[in-house]
Design a protein around this ligand. Sequence first.
Ligand code: GRF
Length: 197
Amino acid sequence: MPKKRVAILISGRGSNMVALIDAAKGIDFPAEIALVVSNEPAAQGLERARAAGIATAVVDHRPYGTDRAGFERALQTAIAPHGIDLICLAGFMRLLTPWFIGQWERRLLNIHPALLPAFKGLDTHARAIAAGAKQHGATVHFVVPEMDSGPIIVQEAVPVLPDDTEATLGARVLAAEHRIYPQALRMVAEGRAAESR
Ligand code: GRF
């Protein structure tokens, strides 16, 4: 089986991207990271991708203003020449429209720093602490038009400890993210992830 070709979309530091790049170095890993795209020209992750010898592209959303469709067409144009099979969102901070999501149905993955369906949206660690949750964690899921929804591929729970701050809990969750994103990508690339729910 040829390896699936993966594009990773980022906006920031790209630690999940690095976890995927590192996993994909494995000779038996069923996917290769062919492209990293950032909507932020200054994203730290771009440097890390270049250092790993991976093709990068920047599609800055700002010139498009409220024209989401125009931004997404530019994104598709950047991705198209690379023969991409799967897209992983990894800290990509733009909401995607149903049009783009439809182009990549069941081929578009996201990682969210909470145990979905709990704590969709932002500031998940602070909200988990404020809610008195005893468990928190991370989820990799297929993307559907509704934000932070869609079939779950892999989750990992971590404990919320009595003295946790947003930072300490966030670090524990991030370590889990770095374990489960490569697992989830492997499952999808091998056709072993749930296709329906
Ligand atoms: C991660 O916590 C991810 O779950 C969330 O944004 C953060 C991105 O971090 N969507 P990084 O850029 O992968 O380091």
